[in-house]
Each structure stands twice: as structure tokens, then as C-alpha cells.
Design a protein around this ligand. Structure first.
Ligand SMILES: O=CC(=O)O
Length: 317
């Protein structure tokens, strides 16, 4: 398959670039300031590029897709595909794949970890000990997580895995999604996210980002959750109206937050840095050695399937 060109946006974990380069002719977009300058430099070979590999942090936008006249497949090294111009791919008959399932456990584990970290103030008490403060006083009491009412926004693969874990902590589970899920058993369905928030003590954002979910967690939802409520976001930053989230946390209208994703990554509102009821992580929900290897293998398996004329393993389009 060495005659097939693959353009990759940025370096990715588990040596994905090196692995791709053993099978395909790899082009590295990160060595160029823009897709235009890449196309200019590779005017002679751009027509050989038939696959594009992006991820949760780098886009397959209309400009990049249009720069590649013989593009056949976009494969994202992520489960979310909000950075891919799906309409453009549909118009051009370009296939699209992502990496579902292999990361579900890690992201669900991480959501519970963030909830525990916020309620039990684990990072803050770690800092307390390491800064020598234990010698002078005991750490203040924190808040119990087990048994809290957990509301999940988006009961897909990851949302369901979070629900299963939270249920094991004795948490009653409710959810909001586009439609009620017959497989959700005893979980309570709220067709309206405001009602979900008003009846939850922890709101976990686990849905995909799209035009329907952008800023679905707005001021009304945050206020319905209230000063004792906690938001955990392992989905995408723009699902929450971030300035509203920040002011609610700063003003004490929201009890706390565990956030792995942000509206304008890697920029994070600095007002949050000094709040001990807020735990911030740099979009690492699926970043374990094991899962990143499985994701990289799935990206390659989809490309190999496509170029061998076999069915895609995890197609979106
Ligand atoms: O954010 C990570 C992913 O979409 O896989």
C-alpha cells in the first residue's frame, strides 16, 4: 500500500505516525504552517493522498478536504467527530471512521474519577499534605459521592458506561438524550435537560458535540443544578456555555466542577485555577497506553480495510 499517500494532521500517541509510515507514504501536515503551504510544497504528490488522519484536537475541515482532490477516507483517532466537516465528506463521497468502544472504559473511569476528585477534594488534599500543612491541622471534611443523584447528558456508549459505574456507587441514575432508550432499564428519562439538572446532584456531560448540543448546558441548567450541584464534563467543552459556568463557579451558584474538556483548548479560564472545588485536566480521558494503542490500531485497521476493499470496522459515513 506504499503508493497510497496518507496525510496526518498532528503527532498522535502510540507512534501512530511511525506505524502508518510502515504501510503507507506518510505526509506530516504539522511540518507546514497551513494546508495551503503543504499543497504548494507537495504540488507533485498531493494527488497521491487518499487518506486523511485527524483527531479530537485537529480538524478535517472543508479547506483541508478540498485541498486533497483524490481523498477517499477521513479517519479520526478519536470517538468524537465534531472536527470533521461531515457534510463536505458526504458531498464528495468520502468515507469517515472514528474509534468508538476501545476508549469507553477509560473515559467512563475518568468521569467517575473527576466526580470523586471534586467531592472528596483529592487533588487539594494531596497539595495540603505535600505542602506540609498536615503537621499543623487536619484536612477539612469533604462531601460524600456514593448515593448522589447522577444525571447523565447523553446515554450513548460512554454515558451508559458512566451510569453503570455510578450505579455501583449506589447513585440513582437519570439521563437526558434525544429519545428515551429502551435498554436504559430503571434509569429515569428526562426529555428536558432543565428537569434533569433540577433533579440531579451531579450532572455528567457525555454527549457528542453537534448543533443540537452546543451550549445545551446554559445558565438555566447550571442554576437548576444549584450551589450544591457538581458538573463533570468528559464530552466536549462547547456543550457547556463556559463563561456562564465560570461565573457560576466564581459566584458560588454552582457547587463544583470536574472538567476534562474546554471551549477553546488548550486555553482554560484562569479564574478557575484557584478554586478548590474545581478539578481541571487537559483532555486526557482516553489517554492511557493501552487505549491509545487500541485506538491507533483501529485507525490503521480502518484504512487497511478501506484500501483492501473490505467493510470498514467503525464507519461514520
Ligand atoms: O476526546 C476524545 C475523543 O473524542 O476520542
Amino acid at each position: 500500500m506504499k503508493s497510497i499517500g496518507v496525510l496526518m494532521t498532528i503527532p498522535m500517541p502510540s507512534n501512530l505516525a511511525e506505524k502508518l509510515a510502515t504501510r503507507f507514504t506518510l505526509f506530516k501536515l504539522w511540518n507546514y504552517p497551513s494546508i495551503e503551504s503543504f499543497s504548494e510544497t507537495h504540488a507533485d504528490s498531493v494527488h497521491t493522498i487518499r487518506a486523511f488522519v485527524c483527531d479530537a484536537k485537529s480538524a478535517a475541515d472543508a479547506k483541508s478536504i478540498d485541498a486533497l482532490p483524490n481523498l477517499e477516507i477521513v479517519s479520526t483517532n478519536s470517538v468524537g467527530f465534531d472536527k470533521i466537516d461531515i457534510e463536505k465528506c458526504r458531498e464528495r463521497g468520502i468515507r469517515v471512521t472514528n474509534t468508538p468502544d476501545v476508549l469507553t472504559d477509560d473515559v467512563a473511569d475518568f468521569a467517575i474519577g473527576l466526580a470523586l476528585a471534586v467531592f472528596r477534594k483529592i487533588p487539594n488534599s494531596d497539595g495540603f499534605l505535600k505542602n506540609g500543612l498536615w503537621k499543623h491541622s487536619d484536612y477539612p471534611l469533604t462531601t460524600k459521592f456514593s448515593g448522589k443523584e447522577v444525571g447523565i447528558v447523553g446515554l450513548g456508549r460512554i454515558g451508559s458506561a458512566i451510569a453503570k459505574r455510578a450505579a455501583a456507587f449506589g447513585c440513582p441514575i437519570s439521563y437526558h438524550s434525544r429519545s428515551q432508550k429502551p435498554e436504559a432499564g430503571s434509569y429515569k428519562y428526562y426529555p428536558n435537560i432543565l428537569d434533569l439538572a433540577a433533579n440531579s446532584q451531579v450532572l455528567v456531560v457525555a454527549c457528542a458535540l453537534n448543533e443540537q448540543t452546543r451550549h445545551i448546558v446554559n445558565r438555566g441548567v447550571i442554576d437548576a443544578l444549584g450551589p450544591k450541584g457538581v458538573i463533570v464534563n468528559i464530552g466536549r467543552g462547547p456543550i457547556i456555555d463556559e463563561p456562564e459556568l465560570v461565573s457560576a463557579l466564581v459566584e458560588g451558584r454552582l457547587g463544583g466542577a470536574g472538567l476534562d474538556v474546554f471551549e477553546n483548548e488548550p486555553n482554560v479560564p484562569e479564574e478557575l485555577f484557584s478554586l478548590e472545588n474545581v478539578v481541571l485536566t487537559p483532555h486526557v480521558g482516553s489517554d492511557t497506553e493501552e487505549t491509545c494503542k487500541d485506538m491507533a490500531d483501529l485507525v490503521i485497521a480502518n484504512l487497511v480495510a478501506h484500501f483492501s476493499g473490505n467493510p470498514l470496522l467503525t464507519p461514520i459515513l
